[in-house]
Write a protein that binds this ligand. Structure first.
Ligand code: BTN
Length: 242
């Protein structure tokens, strides 16, 4: 791993429970420097909504980027991360709201953003841990279910190392842009890669409608029988209807 990121430490470990858990532990212990922690293997990888994240050693890219952030508004942070990753990886990588990377209607990768507070009084702030898992090599078909997408489906020569080289610096720059300007500069870029756009979607509360891109704050706009609904990730999950 030859990645160098100006102003950011880069650490690579063979095995860890979860790169997100490790950077959250460090933040709670007062270690709040900028760091990109890459693991070849995670024994307790975590996904969104309390799910696990299973990845195969050498066949996926798993890392977390930890940094202090002080945006005026945190809305849309994980969507901005998705925009940056998709743009760095390949023109055919799409975004499924809120922050899955998709290729040809299958999941390529996921993002888990967590934050921890540090300091007190005037020195208080928040440390963000941006965790990313991307499938690099295709998983063999088992016949049980459709395998997830892999980056090598699009670019057979890509490896976890070359993918990380490509996305590291732009990701850091995107986080700095988000801190300064919020989600606004990412809105049109998200919508350009939105795989749900103009598709029928089903919300987890049972509502059905047509997806119409994301708002300035990164909420999903869904046209339902009751009018346009602004969906935030804490409310519902969404899936395309076949
Ligand atoms: C999701 O789609 O549910 C999000 C998956 C995020 C997985 C990454 S892998 C690196 C980092 N460490 C973790 O435990 N999770 C994130």
């Amino acid at each position: 791993m030859k990645l160098r990121l100006p102003g950011c430490a880069v650490e690579v470990v063979d095995e860890i429970d979860s790169t997100n858990s490790e950077l959250m532990r460090r933040a709670r212990a007062g270690r709040t420097g900028r760091v990109l922690l890459v693991a070849r293997e995670q024994t307790a990888g975590r996904g969104r909504l309390g799910r696990g994240w299973v990845s195969r050693a050498g066949e996926s890219l798993t890392f977390s980027l930890g940094l202090k952030l002080a945006p005026a508004d945190w809305s849309g942070l994980s969507l901005a991360v998705g925009v940056s990753l998709a743009e760095s990886l390949h023109p055919q990588v799409g975004l499924k709201w809120p922050n899955d990377l998709w290729v040809a209607d299958r999941k390529l990768g996921g993002i888990l953003v967590e934050t921890a507070s540090f300091g007190e009084g005037a020195a208080a702030g928040r440390y963000a841990v941006v965790g990313v898992g991307i499938n690099i090599a295709p998983r063999p078909e088992t016949g049980l279910s459709t395998p997830p997408a892999a980056l090598q489906d699009l670019d057979p020569a890509v490896t976890a190392d070359t993918a990380l080289q490509r996305l590291g610096a732009p990701l850091l720059a995107a986080l700095e842009a988000f801190e300064a300007y919020g989600f606004t500069p990412f809105q049109a870029r998200f919508n350009a890669r939105d795989v749900l756009r103009d598709r029928e979607v089903q919300l987890s509360d049972g509502t059905a409608g047509t997806a119409h891109g994301v708002s300035e704050a990164g909420a999903l706009l869904v046209h339902t029988a009751a009018g346009m609904r602004t969906v935030t990730s804490s409310e519902v999950s969404v899936r395309p209807r076949p």
